[in-house]
Design a protein around this ligand. Structure first.
Ligand code: LLP
Length: 421
């Protein structure tokens, strides 16, 4: 459910008419509903109310500081994967003791930054990383909270690029190796073993892979406890899917019920790292039709947003629904490719899609673009990054300005020898 709806055939985000924003802010832009964001966070959080838990929003899904702040104000924590994400989380006001740090490739300076901040725990992905964190903590005279990211080897049944919990994926440590690594960690003075973590993949639309992963973690935690290693946090990662087209993912309350039933007697504080399920359907990419044309046997709708703005269709073949900003019953339907201005054939939002016969100058909304939309955008073809706009009730706020051509060359320098005398 989201707050993008038609009133008299005009698309609204909450109580703001999308055309009004387009007129004043120009196109393209990302548009988010505050009400949807808040509801999604609250529904997820409430689903786990009966067990101790922290909802650590996956910053990579949408890292705008205003968006992060919405969750911080609801008591949420953050799941980060870089020093940059930690910086953003702190700017948004996140509490360090609710921050978990995942990722296979943490650099020394990023580890130091997280240690100085005093985050809750590092989700460690290799034995070498354990040693590195221990050494950096020793240098700084602190103890690092850690958990190992275990690869439970379950198939999340999602797109191969976003499945992470299989043995063949680069993520985590397999269960047997993790037992050895935990023992090593227990002997390292500057580590404080706090938890176990796993993340099996993204856009998971079934409950069973999560439950399979829990069964493996439960056994591991039992074995660790027998060996005197006390596990207090169980981080189950993110990954709950959403409806882009016809997918029928479990509702967060169903997901929570199954997890609580499978894991309640484990006596741990649960950590979740949801991204997409909170922000995905709370955002849209609004774009204007620049041109339409027909080549032999093919029709194209050329819009002013490109793969640099939303790369998911090009990268994963992802489906995003396309809706007119003004519905007009009288026009017919066509089958067309919706493409951007980038000089690549892979630059498309939709292929062979049945759509209203859009005309030059019209606005359309690419739906479900709130997760991994702006955060994966680039300035390819020297296209400035587009603004992010947040609607709350009947007001809209630019939460990130449109970049300028000047921004494109920020930091670039012409070496002395090429300068005009
Ligand atoms: N925790 C960890 C350790 C992760 O790697 C991820 C996502 C999440 C949490 C959040 O997962 P979510 O709840 O959003 O599924 N760019 C791709 C998705 C990549 C996901 C990477 N990891 C896409 O656009 O579909």
């Amino acid at each position: 459910m989201n707050d993008f709806d038609y009133k008299n055939d005009h698309l609204f985000c909450e109580e703001v008419q999308v055309e009004t924003i387009a007129r004043e802010a120009g196109t393209p832009f990302y548009l988010y509903s505050h009400r949807t964001l808040l509801r999604h966070f609250r529904v997820f959080d409430a689903a786990f109310a009966e067990v101790p838990h922290i909802v650590c929003f996956a910053v990579k899904a949408n890292s705008n500081t205003s968006i992060l702040r919405i969750f911080v104000r609801e008591g949420g924590g953050m799941d980060i994967v870089s020093g940059g994400e930690l910086y953003r989380a702190l700017k948004a006001g996140a509490e360090p003791e609710k921050i978990v740090y995942s990722g296979v490739g943490k650099r020394d300076e990023e580890i130091d930054f997280a240690l100085q901040t005093g985050i809750l725990m590092f989700n460690v992905e290799s034995a070498q990383e354990l040693e590195t964190i221990n050494a950096r903590a020793e240098r700084l005279g602190v103890r690092a909270g850690i958990g190992l990211r275990v690869n439970p080897d379950v198939d999340p049944q999602t797109h191969p690029h976003i499945s992470t919990g299989l043995r063949e994926n680069k993520f985590g440590i397999d269960v047997e190796a993790s037992l050895i690594a935990y023992r090593q960690a227990a002997g390292m003075k500057h580590l404080d073993i706090k938890g176990v973590s796993c993340h099996i993949g993204s856009q998971v639309t079934k409950i069973s892979p999560f439950i399979d992963a829990i069964a493996r973690l439960k056994e591991l935690i039992g074995r660790l406890r027998e060996g005197g290693i006390m596990i207090r946090y169980l981080d189950l990662g993110g990954g709950l899917g959403i409806t882009y087209d016809r997918e029928t993912p479990p509702h967060p309350s169903e997901y929570a019920r199954a997890i609580i039933d499978a894991a309640k007697e484990m006596d741990c504080t649960f950590i979740f790292e949801p991204g997409r399920v909170i922000v995905g359907n709370a955002g849209a990419l609004v774009s204007r039709v620049l041109y339409t044309k027909g080549n032999v046997g093919k029709r194209f709708i050329i819009i002013d947003a490109g793969m640099n703005d939303l790369i998911r269709p090009s990268l994963y073949g992802s489906y995003h629904k396309i809706q007119p900003v003004l519905r007009r019953a009288e026009r017919g339907e066509i089958t067309a490719d919706v493409v951007g201005p980038i000089c690549e054939s892979g630059d498309f939002v939709a292929k062979g899609r049945k759509l209203p016969a859009f005309e030059r100058g019209e606005l359309l909304a690419v739906m479900s673009a709130g997760a991994y939309g702006f955060t994966m955008s680039s300035t390819y073809n020297s296209r400035p990054r587009i603004p992010e706009i947040l609607v709350r009730d009947d007001r809209w706020h630019v939460i990130r300005k449109r970049e300028t051509w000047g921004d494109l060359i920020l930091g670039e320098e012409i070496p002395e020898f090429m300068r005009d005398k």
